[in-house]
Design a protein around this ligand. Structure first.
Ligand code: BTN
Length: 240
């Protein structure tokens, strides 16, 4: 298993592969600011170790970053990545109806086209972000209805341009986040938040809550207004 190409975009070194088990694991063998991108994955994974269907035609990549600033909450990078990817897609066709679904999915016409997976090992000062974008194909029989960019009518969007634009967007937003705080990212995310102010169901590992999606807190926590009047703070989970 060897890369077929190496290139540089922004301050990232990118290795391209035809096929890997999962870009998440390959990237962990590299230095910070490396990106691994693959045409297909034989063991692509999603949140909660769910299988991530990885047929050719879509974009699958992971990036590794150094996470040594103790004042930063690196889990916020999943929101930052969503906004960067949303911008990358919109820069190719501004008419796309892009929305962000808490905590870190991207929807196009209310269907999931992108998933983001964050795996951090703070003992090694490392955070790995993995992103899958359904450019051409999409899986059926998934928990939340999926689609692809092409299936929604945007035939001109390509994996390679999407990755390039994403890396430029990510670098700019990362700099902003480092210099300032999460509020700049939160503002951009909330403008396109899916189901904000509406009734949602939040599934945690062993519990389920229903309520109104009231706000995204200043640190990225979901604030759910429960029927009994209380407010539940949810740091991670699935929303339906
Ligand atoms: C999710 O929505 O559950 C997150 C999906 C993340 C999928 C990407 S594809 C590239 C990278 N490699 C993996 O095995 N997973 C992530």
């Amino acid at each position: 298993m060897k890369p077929t190409n190496k290139k540089f975009i922004s301050n990232f070194t990118i290795f391209e592969y035809d096929e890997v088990p999962s870009t998440m694991d390959i990237v962990k063998q590299h230095e910070p600011n490396t990106v691994i991108v693959a045409e297909t994955q034989t063991a692509g994974r999603g949140k909660y170790n769910r299988k991530w269907s990885s047929k050719t035609g879509n974009l699958y990549f992971s990036m590794i970053l150094e996470a040594k600033n103790k004042t930063k909450d690196y889990s916020q990078l999943s929101f930052l990545s969503a906004v960067a990817m949303g911008n990358a897609l919109l820069s190719q066709d501004g008419s796309m109806n892009i929305q962000y679904k808490w905590p870190n999915d991207i929807l196009l016409n209310q269907k999931k086209i992108c998933g983001i997976l964050l795996e951090s090992d703070l003992s090694k000062n490392q955070v790995v972000i993995g992103i899958g974008v359904n450019i051409k194909t999409f899986p059926e029989n998934v928990m939340f209805k999926a689609s692809s960019v092409k299936n929604e009518g945007f035939e001109n969007v390509t994996s390679s341009v999407t990755l390039e634009k994403f890396l430029v967007q990510f670098s700019n937003l990362y700099r902003l986040w480092m210099e300032k705080d999460f509020s700049v990212i939160r503002e951009k995310w909330i403008k396109k938040a899916y189901n904000l102010g509406e009734k949602i169901s939040v599934k945690l590992e062993n519990e389920k809550f229903e309520g109104i999606f009231e706000d995204l807190d200043k640190d990225g926590t979901l604030l759910l207004h429960l029927e009994d009047g209380g407010v539940k703070r949810v740091k991670s989970g699935d929303v339906f």
